[in-house]
Structure formats: C-alpha cells, structure tokens
Design a protein around this ligand. Structure first.
Ligand code: MN
Length: 324
C-alpha cells in the first residue's frame, strides 16, 4: 500500500506544512506530528486550522509536542514548499486552507461532495483512521527503525479513537496497534486510561438535554427506532448517548455560528442507512456539506434556519431506508 503514498517520498527534508480538519482531533493531529518527524522536524511544521479538541490538547501536553503556529492566521504559507492535508477531504472543513492548492490530501473519511484541490490524493474509508494510513506508510519506509516512542503513542491513540475501539477495523489494524504499543512502551489498558477524559458538567447537561428533547420514531417494519434531537453544544456526545440508550439511528442538531448535525448508527445497519449520503443531503439543505464514516457522520452549513427541516429530512430518509 505504501506505494499508493509514494508521492510523499519526495517531501523528505522539504519545508512541508501539515494540517488537518477544523476542530482537529487526535487522529489528524497525531498523523501530522508523525509525518513532521519523518520529513524532518526542523523544516516541516504542523498548524491547526482553528482550535483542537480538549483531548488532543491533553495528549499533546502529555507527549510534549506543540504546534509550530498557534493557528493558521499566524502562518506565512510562502515559507513552505508543500501543504499536506490530513484526516480531511472537504473544503468546508478547512477554514483558511479551503482554497489552497494542497500537494496531498490523505484521509480515511468517505469522499465529501466539496473536494479540496490537490495534486495527490489518498482517500480510503477502509482504513480505521488517518493514523493507520500514515503508520502503514512509515513502517514500510522506515523498515526496522523504531518510531519515537511519543509518536508511536500518538498514532496508537489516533487508531484507538477513530476505530471506536476497533469497531471499525481490519485485521491489520490490530497488528499495527500491537507494534505501536510496543514502540510506545505502553499497554493498551494504560492507553485507554490516558484517553478516558471525565465528562464535564456541560457535556453531561448536553447529553441529558439531548435525551430530554429527543423525538423517537419507530419504523413501520422491523423494530427500528430513529431519534432526533437538538442541543446547545456537544451534538456528537448527544448522538452517541441516544444510541447507547437504545436508538438505532440518532441525529442531533446544533445551531451556533453555523448549523451542524451529528449522526450515529450501529455497525450492522451502516450499509442499509448510508449515513454519509444522508449527511451529504442534509448538509446541502444547510447550505454546506456532509460526510463522514458509515457509523458516525456529520453535516454542517451556514443556514441555521434550515436546521429543523434538515433534521426532519434525516429521520425521513433513515425511516425509508430501514423500512425497505
Ligand atoms: Mn480521523
């Protein structure tokens, strides 16, 4: 497979700028730091589009890495030879980089309807995570040379999180995790403990609010339940909570600076539901786009007033597909 990423080979020693989607998560950030170390940590740089998740900040603190620029606004793009976008293939999610010409886009999400302009592209949803793609490349290129233990820990964290603890995994994912844990000198249990962030009170309020306001619809055939709800923050946590409480599909909306919907479903319903396609249609209604994973997808757009209609569209499409 590393052959598919051979376009990265020429970047060694170059001034490479590495970035990832808006509201960066561990997977994108870890993949970026791993490649920065491989290309040459004095010349390559990592910059977030905007802020990153609190878990990501925790892990960076733990491993001692920091961004070369605090945000893309502090950046001088002319100082770099190539832009590499990780864990994202959507213009909508790239903020200031939306119109940049990237040297490469590397992602494990399904292809969005608003692709980034790039000379090279590796977008393959059969991988659990961008960290898995990047590790597969590095292990072939580095042969027996071990990774920096902190880089190995970050990559392992990215795989654990984006595979949803191996729910979205292939056999190879387990092999890679074993190799990474050994290079990180860490046991899996200790990794999970490191990634287990206690919920804040605002998260708990959002989750309970999502349950309180949930609208439950039952499919006319089968025993399927579709839940839709709205929250004032943490829509992804809300959707996950509804699923864990018994919904088969959950759509949770949020309207702040923009409108967002977070969607979740169970693995065995993923093919039937085609959640990423539902999110693409909802995203269009919101004036933006949508996509993601078969079991965890999202849409976002500027038209906040369309959020109720977009949520209604989501539940209608989900019910239709479950009743087929
Ligand atoms: Mn990812």
């Amino acid at each position: 497979m590393a052959g598919d990423l051979r376009f990265l080979d020429s970047l060694k020693g170059k001034r490479v700028l590495l970035t990832f989607h808006s509201l960066g998560d561990v997977d994108g950030v870890a993949a970026a730091f791993a490649l920065k170390h491989y290309f040459g940590k004095d010349r390559a740089a990592v910059v977030p589009v905007d802020r990153v998740s609190s878990l990501t900040r925790n892990l960076l603190g733990h491993t001692g890495f920091s961004f070369d620029y605090p945000s893309s606004s502090a950046l001088r793009p002319e100082a770099y030879d190539a832009l590499v976008v990780l864990d994202c293939n959507s213009r909508m999610l790239m903020g200031k980089f939306a119109d940049a010409r990237a040297y490469a886009v590397i992602d494990h999400h399904s292809a969005h309807t608003d692709p980034l302009d790039s000379a090279n592209r590796f977008v393959n949803p059969s991988y659990s995570s961008t960290c898995e793609i990047v590790y597969e490349y590095l292990r072939e290129r580095q042969k027996r040379k071990k990774l920096d233990s902190r880089i190995a820990l970050l990559l392992a964290a990215g795989i654990a999180l984006d595979s949803a603890n191996f729910k979205n995994s292939r056999e190879k994912t387990f092999t890679y995790m074993g190799e990474l844990l050994s290079q990180a000198h860490t046991e899996y249990g200790d990794l999970l403990e490191l990634l287990d962030m206690p919920r804040t009170v605002s998260q708990r309020i959002a989750i309970l609010g999502a349950c309180q306001r949930a609208r439950i619809e039952r499919a006319r055939t089968g025993d399927f339940l579709v839940a839709t709800s709205r929250v004032n923050s943490n829509e992804a946590d809300g959707a996950e909570a509804l699923l864990s409480l018994g919904a088969d599909v959950a759509f949770v909306g949020y309207a702040g600076d923009d409108a967002r919907i977070s969607a979740r479903t169970r693995l065995h319903l993923a093919h039937r539901l085609r959640l990423t396609e539902i999110m693409a249609r909802a995203g269009k209604l919101l004036g933006g786009s949508g996509g993601g994973h078969p079991c965890a997808a999202g849409s976002t757009g500027p038209k906040k007033s369309k959020l109720p209609a977009a949520l209604a569209l989501c539940s209608k499409l989900a019910l239709q597909r479950l009743e087929q």
